[in-house]
Ligand binder design. Structure first.
Ligand code: 5AD
Length: 443
């Protein structure tokens, strides 16, 4: 989501005549788009901003801005830590950044006291519709593009800062999203990833059900029908959003591929309740089974938090057991991070860091074993791979993704970018696959 927001800001800035530079040292302006989900992300952003601000000693015209979730979360208190900041812009004001920079540059004379920090952290009605511009550098097509469909989240998981940083759920009109997707496809996009803090809730307040289908599934069907679009993905979903219509979609819409991200957070019913996650270990398990019944080839990934307040050894054992039982091919494993202002921050029995660390390691090892085993099973098979981008090295290699969303590196000419290529898998690591193109005599 943050990448997408940054890209939209970059696109607006380019349109306004600003130019991106490759090297940070060459920049006259640096904008940091920030995350607030865990404390570590905030600390990194603060450290980076402080480091950048030092450059002003040599160049008083150098501008630094902090945008996004940390700006929204910490507000003007951030200026105690970063008094030299020029710009502080929240999550509903990304589209205003070009105006603010123009203003800052217009008032800048390099002499006298520095103007006060320009701050805009307000909510703005309709701001979900402003994340539109796509930044295609040198007109190269974005083979895989993000499309923001909604902003905010009303679920109020007790650990999560997002309701504060992103606000209430607000969805973009379906017609606008479809139009944006059509334009992208016309410019060469072959894969679209729909984005939102809780995409499965798309339009649930704004738009009616139709034929038993939620607005989100209606949107998936509309986009799936676009000729030229090869793959359609979405993130982040909530397990509660997987009703029959969305489960069936994984059977009926082949462009969804064979991959589902299903954040479970914990395998203990007690902890799930404390997290305000409205499902149980058993209902989650049943959901996985239903999805596998709808699409037997699915690969699963998840999010897990270890060390949530009150997590006993038994609670963690329940998580580990579920984790092994489902057999996720991929997972984002997090140590609980206290977010001031969330209900969990006030809960008793906060877990010591070393305990969380040990639990995290344990899951990490299970995950690595499982990922490697599943990747190795693919050796010798032929996979349909979307060729997405040139690999960083060596030259001549491309990077693509299987239908299960696994990374594959393979030698192929650049003209295959954007195409579905049959690749025979020849090697596997925990993180990726290697292979060679089959069936294209001329490749
Ligand atoms: N501490 C640790 N992890 C968190 N996440 C969200 N909030 C926190 C927190 N306070 C994780 C969840 C979520 C993912 C995006 O980040 O697993 O699904």
């Amino acid at each position: 989501m943050n990448e997408r927001d940054s890209e939209a800001v970059a696109s607006l800035l380019r349109a306004r005549g600003y130019a991106m530079v490759e090297d940070e040292a060459q920049a006259d302006i640096v904008l940091l788009n920030t995350c607030a989900v865990r404390d570590l992300a905030e600390q990194k952003a603060i450290g980076k901003a402080a480091y950048l601000n030092k450059r002003k000693r040599h160049n008083p015209r150098f501008l630094v801005g902090v945008l996004g979730c940390m700006a929204q979360n910490r507000g003007v208190d951030l200026l105690d830590r970063l008094p030299d900041l020029d710009l502080l812009v929240g999550t509903q004001k990304f589209h205003r950044v070009p105006d603010y920079l123009d203003n800052l540059l217009a008032t800048q004379n390099g002499q006298g006291p520095r103007p006060k920090t320009l701050v805009d952290l307000d909510a703005e009605e309709g701001s979900q519709n402003e994340i539109r511009g796509h930044d295609s550098v040198d007109n190269a097509p974005q083979i895989s593009a993000y499309v923001s469909i909604m902003q905010g989240c009303n679920m109020h998981c007790t650990f999560c800062i997002v309701p504060k940083t992103r606000g209430e759920e607000r969805s973009r009109p379906m017609e606008e999203i479809v139009r944006e997707a059509e334009e992208l496809v016309a410019h060469g996009t072959r894969e679209i990833t729909l984005l939102g803090q809780i995409v499965t809730s798309y339009g649930r307040r704004e738009f009616p059900m139709a034929g038993g289908k939620s607005p989100f599934v209606q949107l998936l069907e509309r986009l799936h029908a676009l000729p030229g679009l090869l793959r359609l993905r979405f993130t982040s979903p909530h397990p509660g959003g997987f009703k029959t219509d969305l489960i069936d979609a994984h059977r009926d819409l082949p462009k969804l591929g064979e991959y589902v991200h299903l954040p479970v957070q914990s395998g203990s019913d007690k902890i799930l309740r404390a997290m305000n996650r409205p499902y149980t270990r058993d209902s989650y398990r049943r959901l996985v089974e239903k999805l596998r019944a709808a699409q037997p080839k699915l690969w699963f990934s998840t999010d897990i938090i270890v060390g949530f307040p009150g997590e006993t050894d038994e609670d963690f054992a329940a998580t580990r057991e579920l984790f092994e039982e489902v057999g996720f091919e991929m997972a984002y494993l997090f140590k609980y991070s206290t977010r001031t202002g969330t209900p969990a921050a006030e809960m008793p029995d906060q877990i010591p860091a070393d305990v969380a660390e040990a639990r995290h390691k344990e899951l990490m090892m299970i995950l690595e074993k499982r990922s490697l085993a599943r990747h190795r099973e693919l050796i010798g098979t032929t996979q349909e791979v979307l060729a997405q981008e040139p690999a960083k090295r060596p030259a001549g290699r491309l990077l693509g993704r299987t239908r299960g969303y696994r990374k594959v590196f393979f030698d192929a000419p650049a003209r295959l970018l954007g195409e579905l290529v049959d690749v025979r898998i020849t090697g596997a690591t925990v993180a990726a696959l290697a292979g060679e193109v089959v069936g294209k005599d001329d490749a």
